[in-house]
Ligand binder design. Structure first.
Ligand SMILES: Cc1ncc(COP(=O)(O)O)c(C=O)c1O
Length: 389
């Protein structure tokens, strides 16, 4: 059977995720420490798990409405407004299978064949393949370490063509941890408005910032009508395995996305929706104390890693958000891919090559600090020995 003739060209040509590459090696190696995965090492807070268990005990096991439980969408609406001043009504929200599905249905709802979407480079691995699968063209906007991996208005403007439809604003950024302040975000939004583009903002790390607060593009003047806000519960609430996220957008855009979601997904898992409802409603009373506790732990690990990596000669800018560091490994004479492979072989520490997130990451690796402090300390010790060698 000639499977090349059976598979679509797009499915054949998109690369497998560069993050998952080392997973099987790590799983089979008892000595290995993984700084590769982008998921919290914490268990989902008990009230959230309990709410899901109770929903199952009560027999809430049927489909919900396609767009998700009304009460959950009301909570999301209130949460986004009070935390980030992003104003979307419950009927402008769809509960999705993680932010991942939200990214997919957003792109599929707005991109026509051949239309371009600007994607900061480096950024999360799924944007470009999802754009390709929708028949669009991902256009990288290179971001340099010297500029804190922040895209400039000039770089954005230079990448725009008559075919440009949308810009992805993935801040706080995975893999760099970059956060944009209000002035920096406003400068990009002015370009987006001037060229009548859509902003797709992936705000899944909005709760995980250190020092600088997250600013949502949807809260900026004239942006709500052209912003699709994507977020979810995976990172801040330690809920990766529940597969629950959401998208907020003006009614007309949400209606188009809902059609795709209806046919492809039906609705997000019901128990996970009850869990998400508890995450927002219980957390409100304590100002999201569980989230804050995790954030403080990430912050401590972040400061430790940045200072250790710089001390061993790997230039590592201080990230202001998410839970990754993205040091340059250029001083070792290796590319990120070579560094990751040799480090795993010699010292059993898994990191992700920076070019998994775009070509601007060629001389970087991503290390996640969503791992216990004892493992981080041991991994840093081994990385130090490796770099010395
Ligand atoms: C920037 C970014 N967006 C979206 C996702 C996907 O999140 P979810 O688990 O909600 O699908 C991730 C996961 O790593 C991410 O880093």
């Amino acid at each position: 059977m000639d499977y090349d003739k059976i598979l679509s060209r797009a499915a054949r040509e998109i690369p497998p995720s560069g993050i998952r590459k080392f997973f099987s090696v790590v799983e089979d190696d008892p000595e290995a420490i993984s700084l590769g995965v982008g998921e919290p090492d914490f268990v989902t807070p008990w009230e959230i798990r309990d709410a899901a268990i109770k929903s199952i005990q009560k027999g809430y096991t049927a489909y919900t409405s396609n767009s998700g439980l009304k009460r959950l969408r009301e909570e999301i609406s209130e949460y986004q407004q009070t935390r980030f001043n992003a104003r979307y009504c419950p009927d402008e929200i769809i509960v999705t299978i993680g932010a991942s599905e939200a990214i997919d249905i957003t792109v599929r709802a707005i991109v026509n064949r051949g239309e371009e979407v600007l994607v900061p480079d480096p950024s999360f691995v799924s944007y470009s393949p999802v754009i390709t699968l929708a028949g669009g063209v991902a256009v990288p906007v290179a971001c340099s370490m010297e500029n804190g991996f922040k895209p400039t208005a000039e770089a954005l403007e230079a990448a725009i063509s008559p075919r440009t439809k949308a810009v992805i604003l993935p801040f706080p950024n995975n893999p760099t941890g970059t956060v944009l302040n209000c002035a920096e975000l406003s400068a990009l939004c002015e370009v987006i408005k001037k060229h009548n583009l859509i902003a797709i903002t992936d705000e899944i790390y909005a709760e995980l910032t250190y020092g600088e607060s997250h600013v949502s593009a949807a809260a900026l003047n004239g942006m709500r009508e052209r912003t699709v806000l994507i977020s979810g519960f995976s990172k801040a609430f330690a809920m990766t395995g529940w597969r629950i996220g959401y998208v907020c957008a003006p009614r007309e855009i949400v209606s188009a996305m809902l059609k795709i979601h209806q046919y492809a997904i039906m609705c997000a898992p019901t128990a996970a929706q009850y869990a998400a409802l508890a995450a927002l409603s219980c957390g409100k009373e304590t100002h999201y104390a569980a989230v804050e506790e995790m954030r403080e732990k990430y912050d401590m690990r972040r400061r430790f890693m940045v200072s250790e990596l710089n001390a061993m000669g790997l230039s590592c800018p201080e990230p202001s958000g998410a839970f990754y560091v993205f040091p340059s490994i250029k001083s070792t004479g290796l590319t990120g891919g070579e560094f990751a492979e040799k480090l795993l072989k010699a010292k059993h520490v898994a990191v992700v090559p920076g070019d998994a997130f775009g070509s601007a990451g060629k001389y970087h690796v991503r290390m996640s600090y969503a791992t216990g402090m004892n493992k981080i300390t041991e991994a840093i010790k081994r990385i130090g020995e490796f770099v010395k060698q």
